[in-house]
Design a protein around this ligand. Structure first.
Ligand SMILES: [Mg+2]
Ligand SMILES: [Zn+2]
Length: 340
């Protein structure tokens, strides 16, 4: 295992090594989204986590990928290390990129555990602040989580989004999500996407749309920790539909399936978690999963009033209200004390 000296991390290393062995990888790179993807090496993974591409910074403006960057922690097979030439090498640019070019199996290990680059003075101060406020240790246990609907909450609701270029962020969304990221909240998108069942785009097309979503958020210094979608729709009988997706599933909101899956895979502190959406379906899914529902946007005001649910004009207002509910723990130590 190799960890860069300017990375602060607190993770389950046994689980990392087990994943590396299970996938029979020659090398494994821990990957995650960060708030400066434009200034980071970006990776593309297939559905099993195998690395398909490694894009070194600086990136051409036309590159639109998921916000997934190498986090500075790696597992390497001894035989890979033994075969390296005896000269100064860059682990990502020479060793990983070389193995990828030779077609070797590289695993991208996605995690929401605490890993932060502290290689600039401002990033170092943020890590010190996270330590002092207990956010590094706190990332191990159940975390406050804000679930977000997609269409009408994060991006303009323009009917069915079936191509990446149709997705545009609503004003203030980047700032709202960046504030959640800084506060140590998990940000999880839960979205119904019956465009797949309708045959308007396939799941690869949906992944391209979500890569644009992550790219646009990254430009505003914001990221989502996970995104779960339901591709199904219960009603048959439309031209061009995909029958295999036309099922009555448990994941389509107002069902709680997407939230429950997130709770299985991530550590979620339900009592301190909200779901923000612009539809009664979002509120209902939250109620069924035991998460406080909050409606956002002008179109949701009437429903919020009728059902006596909290309502805010947009996501930024909702997030400001959520942040006000969070306790502000006193710093346990000063950054200077840690520096010693
Ligand atoms: Mg919506
Ligand atoms: Zn579904």
């Amino acid at each position: 295992m190799v960890a860069f000296g300017d990375v602060a991390f607190d993770m389950d290393l046994r689980a990392l090594v087990e994943a590396h062995r299970r996938q029979k990888a020659r090398a494994t790179a821990v990957v995650h989204p960060n708030d400066h993807p434009h200034d980071s090496d970006l990776v593309e993974l297939d559905a099993d986590g195998r690395m398909l591409a490694l894009h070194r910074k600086p990136h051409p403006p036309e590159l639109v990928t998921r916000n997934l960057v190498t986090a500075g922690v790696f597992v390497l097979e001894p035989s890979l290390v033994a075969a390296l030439p005896p000269r100064k090498l860059d682990l990502v640019h020479d060793v990983l990129a070389g193995a990828l070019a030779r077609g070797e199996a590289i695993l991208g290990y996605e995690t929401t555990e605490y890993l932060k680059d502290m290689g600039t003075p401002s990033r170092y101060r943020r890590v010190c602040d996270d330590w002092a406020r207990g956010r590094i240790q706190g990332a191990r246990g159940p975390r406050p989580t804000v679930f977000l609907d997609r269409d009408g909450t994060i991006n303009h609701h323009v009917g069915y989004v079936s191509r990446p270029e149709q997705l545009e962020l609503l004003p203030g969304v980047g700032s709202a999500i960046a504030a959640l990221n800084r506060a140590g909240a998990q940000v999880v998108v839960v979205t119904n996407q019956p465009v797949v069942a309708r045959g308007a785009c396939d799941e690869a097309g949906l992944r391209a749309i979500h890569a644009r979503l992550e790219h646009l958020l990254g430009r505003e210094g914001a990221f989502v920790d996970r995104l779960y979608y339901c591709p199904h729709h219960p009603h048959r009988g439309f031209a061009g539909e995909r029958p295999e997706y036309k099922i009555a599933c448990a994941c389509r909101k107002p069902g709680p399936g997407l939230l429950l899956r997130a709770m299985e895979e991530l550590r979620v502190d339900r009592g301190r978690s909200w779901i923000c959406g612009d539809s009664p379906c979002d509120a209902e899914a939250g109620l069924r999963a035991g998460v406080r529902p909050v409606l956002v946007g002008p179109s949701a005001l009437a429903e919020a009033t009728r059902r006596e649910l909290p309502w805010y004009p947009d996501l930024l207002h909702a997030v400001t209200a959520w942040l006000a509910t969070m306790p502000h723990p006193r710093p346990a130590a000063t950054p200077e004390a840690i520096a010693c």
